[in-house]
Design a protein around this ligand. Structure first.
Ligand code: GLP
Length: 239
């Protein structure tokens, strides 16, 4: 695991943004696994700006997002589909048919999850971007008694509901989500994680220095051969 400690979120956004832009320039039809939450936003801003300046094109890039809430209309302002369009896709030349999400409104959840797993197996993600939950979750793989393989429907924990409900001002936050499994995340050729702020310090210490256990799902990344972790000083304070 390569650990890069930087001053603040803006610096991380620039460094991680450059990493993605270079990777896209090198492989224009790259397959990216993408994350939501506040952590990747500066990175998305960097990629969007590079695209608008004509430094990079996302025309042939394919993306697979990690997770989606269950029961929110796709265009709801709090859906991860909307988040990704507002934070990244709408500012680039990516083609809509190249962006992929789990369907949080699927009537047959099992079929939806198996279909997403099949697509991921065929696509073979080049770089997976990750944030991390305060409790060590990645995607929406919450602390558990075992690591998950493929996509599944998850009941969100109190910690996650507490952290994310601030975004839901009108309607209550969904308590369920569909998420890519840990097995699929681990199949990505490279993983880039971003963690900022002191609320992530415990999770960072558990992920990097703790034992590998599904109680801290991100700890499995210790077994991945190509992980870069960008964190600011506050998130790194327990390392
Ligand atoms: C959500 C997402 C995760 C993300 C996490 C942290 O739970 N499902 O993919 O990593 O939030 O979000 P933030 O970066 O806002 O702290």
């Amino acid at each position: 695991m390569e650990i890069i400690i930087m001053e603040n979120a803006a610096e991380i956004g620039e460094a991680a943004g450059k990493l993605f832009v270079k990777a896209i320039q090198k492989k224009p039809d790259i397959v990216l696994g993408l994350a939501t939450g506040a952590s990747p936003v500066p990175t998305y801003q960097y990629i969007s700006a590079a695209c608008q300046k004509g430094e990079v094109s996302l025309r042939d890039v394919r993306t697979y997002n990690l997770d989606e809430y269950v029961g929110l209309p796709r265009n709801d302002k709090n859906s991860y589909y909307t988040f990704m369009h507002e934070q990244l896709f709408n500012h680039t030349d990516i083609q809509e048919q190249n962006v992929h999400f789990l369907d949080g409104n699927a009537t047959d959840v099992e079929a939806e999850c198996r279909s997403y797993d099949d697509q991921l197996d065929k696509a073979h993600i080049d770089i997976q971007l990750l944030g991390i939950g305060r409790n060590g979750h990645i995607g929406f793989n919450e602390p558990s008694i075992c690591f998950t393989k493929g996509a599944f429907k998850v009941k969100l924990t109190e910690s996650t509901i507490d952290a994310n409900s601030k975004y839901f001002d009108e309607n209550p936050m969904p308590h369920y989500a569909l998420t890519m499994g840990i097995g699929s995340i681990m199949k990505a050729k490279k993983i880039v994680m971003i963690a900022t702020g002191s609320a992530k310090a415990d999770a960072m210490a558990a992920m990097i220095k703790g034992e590998v256990t599904p109680v801290c799902p991100a700890s499995i990344l210790q077994f991945h051969p190509n992980v870069v972790v960008y964190l600011d000083k506050a998130a790194a304070k327990l390392l």
